[in-house]
Design a protein around this ligand. Structure first.
Ligand code: TXA
Ligand code: MG
Length: 313
């Protein structure tokens, strides 16, 4: 059910959930200080309650409401990457709902770069907890139509058009002057490293629970097979007798089946990726053949999502 900005604000203030647009993917938003509203998010997503949520805020002036510390390194990253597809995990104030934090001592914060989302955050004055607006482990939505088909028509949706970035935010945790990369996104590790002036800590400390790190994530319903080059994909398609379809990246030969071909540019692949997977899934073939882009840092976020889509339990 579509709602407008004023209706979305009224619903959120009443403790209801609303699917909202961001530049990455649509989020299922609720007042981050309202326990009942937060419970609705977990119920609708069918998501385990031990997965923490990102709190969306209107600007970096709001960080102190949620975080106990805002170290200079985090400030520097926020200044450059906000508003944008970038999430900071910082030590939480004790006042932050433990439902939002899922018991972690930290809170994840993001200023989204979408005009409607920013307007909503400013006008409502709320911090909005918002995971991607899909059921747990399913494909993330990048249009209002994806949200409605994944969660049903009963959910209120603020339509802000198709998402321009297309894959979920980069997540970075900062403690004092060290940083860790918790999830790849379109703000690259290299860009963060350049600004931070030092590489990410890569220790083997158990990371906080990040459902983006759950392997069976971002999955279409159709079984997926991944290929690191076109020749191997063509060969497999040729030999396959059950129905199949393919996702290709860049120019070149294609198999004799339904094909979605994405352009060879990273930003455009990210923008179109989930829509392509939603479309291929809707074909209800027995097998999806997916070509992986090159194993370079530029493609890290896209490869990460495709590898998870291709993970078979
Ligand atoms: O682009 C995005 O980040 C989108 C849009 C809606 O903002 N949101 C999104 O939410 O992808 P979700 O719930 O699907 O993923 C949020 C990620 C999860 O992997 C979660 O574990 C992590 O953020 N996260 C949240 N709070 C955390 C915390 N305190 N420590 C570590 N990770 C945290
Ligand atoms: Mg998600």
């Amino acid at each position: 059910m579509q709602v407008n900005l004023a209706e979305a604000i009224a619903l959120l203030k009443r403790g209801e959930v609303v699917a909202i647009p961001t530049e990455t993917v649509y989020g299922l938003a609720a007042d981050a200080s309202n326990e009942a509203a937060l419970g609705q998010i977990y119920a609708i997503k069918e998501r385990p309650a031990n997965n923490p949520l990102i709190v969306h805020i209107s600007d970096s002036g709001q960080v102190d409401t949620w975080a106990a510390e805002f170290p200079p390194l985090a400030k520097k990253l926020a200044q450059v990457f906000w508003p944008g597809p970038f999430t900071l995990v910082l030590p939480a104030k004790s006042s932050v709902s433990s439902t939002v934090r899922a018991g972690e001592p930290t809170v994840a914060l993001r200023v989204p770069n979408h005009p409607l989302a920013l307007q909503l955050l400013k006008d409502s004055g709320l911090g909005l907890a918002a995971p991607s607006a899909n059921k747990y482990t399913q494909l993330s939505p990048t249009t209002a139509a994806h949200v409605a088909s994944g969660l049903g028509n009963a959910v209120s949706i603020l339509d802000g058009g198709p998402c321009q970035v297309g894959i979920e935010s980069t997540i970075v945790s900062v403690v004092a002057d060290e940083w860790r990369l918790l999830r790849h996104g379109m703000i690259s590790e290299a860009a963060i490293e350049a600004l931070a002036g030092k590489p990410a800590l890569k220790d083997n400390k158990p990371l906080p629970k990040v459902p983006g790190q759950h392997l069976l994530h971002y999955s279409p319903h159709t079984p997926v097979q991944l290929f690191s080059d076109r020749a191997a994909l063509l060969e497999a398609a040729y030999a396959l007798t059950r129905s199949h379809a393919a996702l290709l990246i860049g120019p070149g030969k294609e198999p004799a089946c339904a094909v979605i071909r994405l352009p060879a540019q990273t930003n455009q692949v990210a923008e179109q990726l989930y829509n392509a997977l939603h479309q291929l899934d809707a074909l209800k073939v027995k097998q999806l053949l997916i070509e992986l882009p090159a194993d370079t840092s530029e493609w890290a976020a896209v490869r990460d999502r495709l590898n998870r889509a291709g993970y078979q339990d």
